[in-house]
Design a protein around this ligand. Structure first.
Ligand SMILES: [Zn+2]
Length: 287
């Protein structure tokens, strides 16, 4: 049975009742909801990680209201296009599992017999994901230290989360697929206009990723009609803008009764580049 790997010795866990144990005897108890916390104490384990409970709740309510279904469906379609029977998928930064659970359902419906893993640094988000879908294997863990064996994942998705190209490359099988999502220039433009006197378009980071070959870019655009202050608030808090906005500007949204805006994303798919044969170029003795 496939499982996570031990964060201390990197060997594979086996499950004994509600405990994951590695061959070295490192043991991690699973929560009642079935996930495991693999963040190591002393490695920042005492500070709060990621999104807190209120934030997770607001975002879950917003997403479950269907506002981002167009993006969810487009990402799912991209996964289905690359999945083969018995696919192992890892959602690196799964949050509350809005995308992960839908993808799992779609793969099951397509008879692909998937193994789905999700990790997130936020315990509250992982907890919410476990409540949403018990069929996802979940761990509280860092994107920079993925609890998976080398070359064990067919498809890795990384949505609105930090990334680590070297770590993604390590866990992906040769020729494996990486799917990421980027906001485009005028994503939530009307929301920004409501907050800022001088809104700026998003700058798009380079899409190039070391160790990966870009294979497709799929734009997704959809309208958002928000008719409740709490939906506007939840959407704003999902964006990175929120944290960069003064309290004074944040307040402008609190009086807004409705907002028509639009989402504008780019789904970018990569293939793990072939590993070069390990040739020592400094060794000239054989030349
Ligand atoms: Zn161990």
């Amino acid at each position: 049975m496939t499982h996570f790997t031990c964060p201390i010795c990197k060997q594979k866990f086996t499950q004994k009742d509600r405990t994951l144990v590695c061959p070295q005897g490192h043991a991690f108890d699973m929560a009642k909801q079935g996930y495991v916390n693999l963040l190591r104490p002393g490695k920042g384990g005492s500070v709060r990680h990621g999104d807190d409970k209120l934030m997770v709740r607001a975002r879950t309510a917003f997403l479950d209201a269907g506002f981002y279904n167009a993006l969810r469906d487009a990402v799912t379609k991209e996964v289905l296009a690359h999945a083969e029977k018995g696919v192992t998928l890892l959602d690196a930064g799964c949050g509350e599992g809005f995308y992960t659970a839908h993808i799992r359902r779609a793969l099951l419906d397509a008879d692909q017999e998937p193994s789905i893993y999700g990790i997130d640094v936020s315990k509250d988000a992982v907890h919410a994901c476990a409540v949403r879908d018990r069929g996802i294997r979940l761990a509280v863990a860092s994107i920079f230290d993925l609890p998976k064996e080398n070359e064990s994942v067919d498809i890795l998705i990384n949505l609105f989360a930090p990334y680590d190209a070297a770590e993604f490359s390590r866990v992906l099988k040769e020729g494996g697929t990486l799917i990421r999502v980027f906001p485009r220039e005028r994503h939530l433009w009307e929301l920004k206009c409501a907050v800022y006197d001088t809104p700026y378009e998003n700058e798009i980071d380079t899409l190039a990723l070391e160790g990966f070959t870009l294979t497709s870019e799929t734009p997704v655009t959809f309208d958002l009609h928000l008719s409740k202050t709490e939906d506007i608030d939840a959407l704003f808090k999902m964006t990175p803008y929120y944290y960069k906005t003064s309290r004074e500007d944040q307040k402008k949204l609190e009086n807004l009764q409705s907002l028509d805006t639009h989402g504008e994303f780019l789904i970018v798919t990569y293939k793990k580049a072939n590993t070069l044969p390990n040739v020592d170029l400094t060794d000239t003795s054989s030349l």
